[in-house]
Ligand binder design. Structure first.
Ligand code: CUA
Length: 341
């Protein structure tokens, strides 16, 4: 190794590159930081993260400190004794120390982790929580409020200050529910049911993301949780429950016919219309959602038209095929979808 010179430039360059990669995530200023909890579940998860961070930093300081002391105190000096020191065969006290201390630390962390895993994964009965059946699909979320008789997609409304029990299932492959500021990540496993409760302390819009690789559309499988004060949440329920008013314009009426004629209704449900397709997202009161395509695009007429023209081009991996709709069909269908208020 004598020929390898120490080149500080290389080290600095490497550190800068790592720094850029780490900060490139924008994690600390992103609105979705788990370091900025907005409810008791996320707060308890942050406490766990912080306690393991403290333990790890203490271990690092002890080990790095001992290393630095050894490097300085036992460095070679002019006139040092250059003979090899006598070999040490073992030291029972030291060996016990470095076995027992880490074992105790890991046990302490394990107790906290296992305890909160059971607390957060507990099934809360109806008197303690609002229940939402969450089903993960490639690549969107279905939210079914069984007590309220409501079904919606991709945007979950919850009341502030109330526990919401999420009953997590998958329709196809593994997904994971994760809203960093409220809590998570819990996997949705085909063939089994997992539970997770969340609670928001403040009204707000909290963004989330499927956190288990589930196919080409995984990165675009976003979700939004809208936490509202009780009165506003009740308003949302009332609007969702209101019957879908029939389209008024001729163009929208034509779109409603096309919805059936072009096969949209064999995949999508719109409550109160007779369209009851069980495959894709429920489109009842679609205009009450702020985004479409798994929260990829703002819910605007132009984006609806772009989506209908070629869904997989907008969202790679989308299971809704390109139906090769004509411009006229798309205009009529958009008019119909815009009437779903
Ligand atoms: Cu669903 Cu990743």
């Amino acid at each position: 190794m004598a020929g390898v010179a120490f080149r500080p430039g290389k080290w600095v360059g490497g550190a800068v590159a790592i720094g850029l990669v780490v900060s490139g995530c924008g994690w600390f200023d992103a609105p979705a930081s788990m370091l900025d909890p907005a409810g008791p579940v996320a707060a308890s998860e942050l406490t766990l993260i912080n306690s393991s961070l403290v333990v790890m930093v203490c271990i690092f300081l002890v080990v790095a400190g001992a290393l630095v002391v050894a490097l300085i105190r036992f460095r070679q000096r002019a006139g040092s004794d250059r003979r090899l020191p006598p070999p040490i065969e073992g030291d029972t006290r030291l060996e016990l120390l470095w076995t027992v201390v880490p074992a105790v630390l890991i046990a302490l962390l394990a107790v906290g982790t296992v305890r909160s895993t059971f607390v957060l994964g507990a099934y809360l009965p109806a008197r303690q929580a609002l229940h939402v059946d969450v089903t993960g699909h490639q690549f969107w979320w279905d939210f079914n409020y069984r007590e309220l008789g409501l079904d919606t997609a991709n945007q979950l409304h919850i009341p502030v200050g109330q526990r919401v029990e999420l009953v997590l299932r998958s329709a196809d492959v593994m997904h994971a529910f994760w809203v960093p500021r409220l809590g998570g990540k819990t996997t949705l496993v085909p063939g089994r049911t997992n539970y997770l409760w969340i609670e928001a302390s403040q009204p707000g819009t909290y963004v989330g993301q499927c956190a288990e690789f589930c196919g080409r559309g995984h990165a675009d499988m976003r979700l939004v949780v809208v936490a509202e004060a009780a009165a506003k949440f009740q308003q949302w329920i009332n609007r969702q429950r209101a019957p879908q008013s029939p389209p008024t314009s001729a163009l929208a009426r034509q779109g409603m016919q096309l919805f059936q004629a072009r096969g949209c209704s064999s995949c999508h449900t719109i409550a109160g219309t007779g369209f009851a397709g069980p495959v894709g997202p429920n489109l009842t009161h679609l205009m009450q959602r702020t985004a479409i395509a798994g929260n990829l695009l703002p819910n605007t007429p132009a984006n609806l038209a772009a989506w209908l023209k070629d869904p997989p081009a907008v969202k790679p991996g989308a299971l809704m095929p390109n139906l090769h709709l004509s411009g006229g069909d798309i205009r009529a269908l958009v008019a119909y979808l815009r009437s779903l208020r």
